[in-house]
Write a protein that binds this ligand. Sequence first.
Ligand code: SF4
Ligand code: SF4
Length: 448
Amino acid sequence: MGGVHPADNKISRDCKIEVLPIPETVYIHLGQHIGAPAKPVVAVGDKVKAGQLIAEPGGFVSAAIHSSVSGTVKSIAPRKDLAGNPQMCVEIAVEGDEWLEGIDTTDTVIREFPDDPAVCLDKIKAAGVVGLGGATFPTAVKLTPPPGKKCEMLIINGCECEPYLTSDFRTLLEKGEQVVIGAAIIKSILKVDKATIAIEDNKPEAIDHIQKVLAELRKVSPKYDGISVMSLMKKYPEGGEKQLIDAVMHRQVASGGLPIDVGAVVQNVATALAVYDAVQKNKPIVDNSVTVTGECFPRQANLLVRVGTPLKFIIDYLGGVPQDTAKIISGGPMMGRAIANLEAATLKGTSALLFLTKAQTARGKESNCIRCGKCAEACPMGLEPFLLNRLSRAGGMLDQLEANAVQDCIECGCCLYSCPANIPLLDVIRQSKGQVLGIIKARAAAKK
Ligand code: SF4
Ligand code: SF4
């Protein structure tokens, strides 16, 4: 249902993942996942090593956070994030690059993994693994389905359907074996027979490579049986969780429902790699691949970046902000967020820095809705964006907005992209969605 076909613009697809030098200081956010912020377990003046726990989960839905560098804790204080909002951060002055004992930093690939799913799950939790496809939901929680729910299919999301982004594509090509081993570990935890690695058909090299990797791994262990590769038609947002389940399993997740309700668990390629690192290498999430791109940007790149690296450090490394840059986006052009503060640091879930010019970001003059229905046709959630826009702008219509499922909006931007009247549909709908979700949460809390 719905979807659009924006230009791919994957101009960094041939850029191999390059290790970014370590900055002088990192700033590690304590709230870089969905759920309660982590609680610091270090104090100012403490010496830490790379991979050392610096903050423990702050609740059931939360994640551990580790130092991405070795050095001295300089402060634990609020610091402005990408949007300019203050967030608690651990500031660490870098000294050398010493790793915590027990973490395997070699490139040796380990194909056999523990038979006991509980051991694997504990390692994933201890490593602070979160969903790296955008949601940053703690992975150990997602891999523990509630009583009565059973996973029938694990889907590894390798679609990377947002224009410009190429870090997952490069990960599939360069760390494909580790991704498949990570997928097999997740499959064993979920005790599910089937897993599929879903890749859009605009990445034939990745499809081919993963098929070869799978054929080799099946010779090593029966644990790799039941994993397949699925080529999906290129369409945005094919990598949206509900859209992917529909494409792979032909099942629809109901409004307010979860993938597990229809027997699915979806994990992103980078998350599968993080699971491999956690279980096979005892390595927590301390770095991640970030695409740096844009037609106006002088040097396209896919960089392996330590978590907490200031954005300015990354940009300066690649030559600085081009003069004709009008906007820098964290993420892709459809779902990413504009960056208001270059002093902000990367998070576990930072996937891209995209540079756009004035011409690329200019919005056309808004005119009246001509009732063409293009926004409804494009909406992958089956919503009526023109109606949600009208109700939102009328004010005080939160009941009707909820009845028309504004809370199901996945903020994909397909409506905005399709509207010939240049109505800022996403901006308006996003605001109403926030208000309606607030009401739904308050109602649920009052029932407890
Ligand atoms: S942003 Fe929301 S309303 Fe617009 S197309 Fe996407 S899901 Fe539908
Ligand atoms: S696409 Fe724009 S003009 Fe067309 S119905 Fe939707 S809001 Fe109206």
